[in-house]
Design a binder for this molecule. Structure first.
Ligand code: MEV
Length: 403
């Protein structure tokens, strides 16, 4: 491949370099592994959730996200921080049954044998019960599709502190033959749903009007949020801002961020609403709330295999998946609030470009000690681009007698 794609010695050295994720571990995690891939690992500060202070690891390449979250958390701290809640770690797993001849009879049998099925699912299921989990309920729906009626049987599974995909999918595959026998149907899909509506996390916070730029900024935040509720094109971006924070924590903690994304956006689509809500309290302060499905774990997945993820877990110090989900909900709310506040006041670009300028300065060749000065000169000259960075660097070095 190196020959075919003209990779040079520097490229090969990059691929062969051991990073925070050792090559040997990476090779076990995926297929056709040729190296590892880096992202900045940052920490968001000032997060107080249910009275506990957290340092929150975030892995993300986008400038201003971590600064914005930290700032919003700092301002929320003045009103006691975030109050969060969690419904419990119940995942929904679906077994699709097709070619069911007598739907009414099949449903009757399921009703009659409900507790027996649950009992069977939990018996000899150490992978579930050893951790205090297990199937807690069974439900079913008949859906009308282009290929006729289908019977969808859903297992509600308490997966405790795991994300739970393996626990759920194993349960479904084990139970499919029993369901086929009982309903006379043929089982096809046996897979969890990422629309984890039984595993919801919420967080609320209050931002004092005087701390965020006054009553007009508060009104601007309400206008921004109301637009997201009314317009799907705005809602998509509004929710993307929420997920900037949540995804970054999921990545840092070795969680399946695609599952988290799928859950959040499908929940928003189901509700036809933004993931956050805002209102003014009696004193004119902004009260924000977030509610979304969060299927995240503190055990299992890539957490053990990836030493950086394990370390990030220690930095965060969330002991259970519920605690992790509540912190993530707080981060999502902080992130969204920060974006709306910036857009309702100075606009997003000023702060963003300030931070983006650092990247540009470094790509133009500024060393770590030169970056701040180059950024200052670029900003003053209103030329935050490659040419502006080169010019600023040149001038600065000349002034310092280096050129
Ligand atoms: C950019 O990554 C995120 C924002 O677009 C979010 C928003 O518009 O609410 C700033």
């Amino acid at each position: 491949m190196a020959q075919a794609r003209n990779l040079d010695a520097a490229d090969l050295a990059l691929l062969n370099k051991d990073g925070p994720l050792p090559l040997a571990a990476a090779d076990q995690m995926s297929e056709n592994v040729i190296g590892t891939f880096g992202l900045p690992l940052s920490v968001a500060l000032n997060f107080v959730v249910n009275g506990k202070e957290y340092v929150v690891p975030m892995a993300i390449e986008e400038p201003s996200v971590v600064a914005a979250a930290s700032n919003a958390a700092k301002l929320a701290k003045a009103s006691g921080g975030f109050k969060a809640a969690y419904t419990g770690s119940i995942m929904i797993g679906q077994v699709q049954l097709v070619q069911v001849k007598d739907m009414e009879e099949a449903k009757k049998k399921l009703e009659k044998n409900k507790s027996k099925i649950i009992e069977q699912a939990n018996s000899d299921a150490k992978y579930l019960t050893a951790y205090g989990g297990g199937v807690t309920a069974l439900q079913w729906r008949v859906i009308l599709t282009d290929r006729g009626q289908m019977l969808i049987v859903e297992f509600l599974v308490n997966v405790v502190d795991a994300m739970g995909a393996n626990m759920v999918n194993t349960t479904l595959e084990r139970m499919a033959p029993t369901l086929e026998e009982m309903t006379g149907g043929k089982s096809r899909l046996k897979i969890l749903s990422n629309l984890a509506t039984q595993r919801m996390a919420s967080a609320t916070a209050v931002w004092k009007a005087e701390d965020i730029g006054g009553a007009d900024v508060a009104e601007g935040i309400l206008d921004a949020w109301t637009m997201a509720m009314a317009d799907p094109y705005r809602r998509s971006t509004h929710n993307k801002g929420v997920m900037n924070g949540i995804d970054a924590v999921a990545v840092a903690l070795g969680n399946d961020w695609r599952a988290v994304e799928a859950g959040a956006h499908s929940y928003a689509a189901l509700k036809g609403a933004a993931l956050t809500t805002y209102k003014l309290d009696a004193d004119g302060n902004i009260e924000g709330k977030i509610l979304l499905p969060l299927a995240v774990g503190t055990v299992g997945g890539s957490m053990k295999a990836n030493p950086a993820a394990a370390m990030c877990q220690r930095i965060l110090g969330a002991k259970t998946s519920g605690e992790l989900a509540q912190v993530m909900a707080a981060v999502g709310l902080a992130q969204n609030f920060a974006a709306l506040r910036a857009m309702a006041s100075e606009g997003i670009q000023k702060g963003h470009m300030r931070l983006h300028a650092r990247h540009i300065a470094m790509s133009a060749g500024a060393s770590e000690v030169e970056v701040d000065e180059v950024v200052k000169r670029m900003t003053a000259g209103n030329a935050i681009n490659e040419a502006g960075a080169k010019k600023a660097l040149d001038e600065m070095r000349k002034a310092k007698g280096k050129n």
